[in-house]
Design a protein around this ligand. Structure first.
Ligand code: UN1
Length: 516
């Protein structure tokens, strides 16, 4: 095992993170943060990593004014030139992948593999955004009038507010920011107050690239703070688009505030993702998909597998194999490459995990594996729990909710129709999967009367989406789409133009209107 203290000091030095940090954009907001300090403690060992100053409302105001100013210049940069800046950021992230991954892992508690994976998502979205910078296409349409041409083009919106959650402290910001920036927007990022340092590091790397390219100050901003800052962003008519990732409760508040001023919203909220394991599944493959989906990031992904809907003919065998696999999981310091499951984000999350287990039993469910909080050597932070499996019914109140912890609910089905109904029978609609070698089952699951989720996979778990597809979901997941495919359109405004190059003014719909 590495010398954690020495190793982390090197990481903090690399990103110029000191014991106390200014909370604004790197090199930009040096005098701007007058708010209270927030402490970032690692859930790995409970140690204080560093403190960050939060933005006071006056700091926020100054940042918005500067962002507005920066937009006037940035929107004039040709999109491929903006893309070139993002290309260089992608390169800088490649150079810093190991270090940034380690910081994410230590500050958030996910495994080193997953920390590095998150930085890889950042690199991937940079590459995607660079290509996109030459492909922000509009259509050309045939006009119904002679000597007329009709076409559309896409323009930037202005300021895009990005509110992110602790569980993907760097990747989700990048999905939003990289696309928003090549589109010609400026951004204001409010990261989770539980992972302020990872955000600080992202901005530190970015500021070097921006300086080298003389990007106007204020194009990409960081505002550290609590939900108070999130509320300011949601209510602010100058923030044209608010992209928010987090709980359904948070999304409802943000969505209502933004709708109240007719702003644009992009919400990526809770999931309650299920895998249907059919009698035609390759059970070995299903096992790996289910276990990684359920315990990866200690069950704190919005795409985490929370429910397994298993055909009655394979239920006993599959559940027995699951229990065996859970017995082999290594729980502990996520910086140790041998470890599968790290801590939850904080002690409040442990309390929620414990409350969910009580609720499961109260409603008549049974817990099939050892469960509970872990104590003793290595678990001093108080954030470690045992991933566990519980046999339940789909309509239990606790099963209908998203508990951000490694609790996997198992249930039985008889017909595929019933399984699909159970899969869809929750308020959330993010990710879903079916494990089957049967083409008809797979296609039924993917059809209009199949999964109602934004993501529907076959022979793959519910988590680990690639950036190239549009990411997001329906119902209480909020309806937004981020990252790949044509999700960029949410970050731009569409302008339809009709041009008359003739000598007459024919009106559409055949209307005859003559003066004199
Ligand atoms: C999230 O949990 O908010 O699909 C994002 C995945 C990751 C992203 C998860 N690529 O699991």
């Amino acid at each position: 095992m590495m010398d954690l203290k020495k190793d982390m000091q090197e990481v903090l030095d690399q990103f110029a993170i000191r014991a106390k940090n200014n909370g604004g954009s790197d090199g930009i907001a040096q005098q701007l943060t007058k708010g209270a300090q927030i402490a970032s403690n690692s859930p790995v060992d409970g140690q204080l990593i560093a403190e960050v100053a939060t933005a006071a409302p006056t700091d926020y105001e100054a940042i918005v004014l500067r962002a507005e100013e920066a937009f006037l210049a940035w929107r004039k940069w040709p999109a491929p030139k903006r893309g070139e800046v993002i290309r260089q950021y992608g390169q800088a992230l490649r150079d810093n992948k190991e270090m940034l991954g380690k910081l994410v892992s230590y500050e958030m508690g996910k495994s080193l593999q997953e920390g590095a994976g998150e930085v890889q998502e950042m690199i991937d979205i940079c590459d995607f955004a660079v290509g996109l910078s030459r492909q922000l296409h509009g259509l050309t349409m045939h006009s119904e009038r002679p000597d007329h041409r009709m076409y559309e083009q896409w323009h930037p919106l202005g300021i895009v507010g990005i509110i992110t959650a602790f569980n993907f402290p760097v990747a989700v910001w990048s999905w939003n920011a990289m696309i928003a920036l090549v589109a010609g927007n400026v951004t204001i990022w409010k990261p989770s107050e539980k992972t302020p340092l990872a955000a600080q590091a992202c901005m530190h790397i970015l500021s070097g690239v921006f300086k080298a390219n003389q990007v106007p100050a204020g194009v990409c901003n960081l505002v550290q703070g609590t939900t108070e800052i999130g509320k300011l962003i949601a209510a602010d008519p100058r923030i044209v688009l608010v992209s928010a990732t987090g709980s359904t409760r948070m999304g409802m508040a943000v969505g209502q505030a933004v709708a109240g001023r007719l702003g644009k919203c992009l919400l990526e909220l809770g999931g309650n993702n299920a895998i249907i394991v059919t009698e035609n599944a390759d059970l070995k493959l299903a096992l790996t998909g289910a276990v990684f989906g359920a315990v990866g990031t200690a069950g704190q992904r919005c795409t985490t597998t929370r429910r397994l809907i298993i055909h009655e003919s394979v239920y006993d065998q599959f559940v027995a194999e699951l229990i065996k696999a859970y017995g082999q999981l290594q729980i502990g310091n996520p910086l140790d490459p041998q470890v599968h499951v790290g801590p939850l984000i904080d002690e409040a999350a442990v309390v929620q995990y414990e409350a969910a287990l009580v609720a499961v039993q109260k409603e008549g469910g049974s817990i099939l594996t050892p469960a509970g909080k872990l104590e003793g050597e290595g678990f001093e932070s108080g954030c470690y729990v045992r991933p566990c499996i519980a046999a339940v019914q789909n309509d239990y109140m606790i099963v209908q909710q998203e508990t951000f912890a490694p609790i996997l609910y198992v249930m039985k089905y008889t017909t595929l129709e019933e399984a699909i109904q159970m899969q869809n029978g929750v308020p959330q609609g993010l990710s879903s999967a079916i494990m089957t070698g049967n083409l008809k089952e797979a296609e039924k699951f993917l059809s209009a009367s199949g999964s109602d989720c934004g993501i529907a996979n076959v022979n793959i778990g519910t988590s680990g989406a690639e950036i190239g597809g549009a990411f997001g979901g329906e119902k209480h997941t909020g309806g937004g789409r981020e990252s790949g495919s044509d999700a960029w359109k949410a970050y731009m405004r569409r302008q339809t133009s009709t041009i008359n190059y003739g000598d007459d003014l024919p009106l559409a719909q055949g209307i005859d209107f003559h003066l004199g």
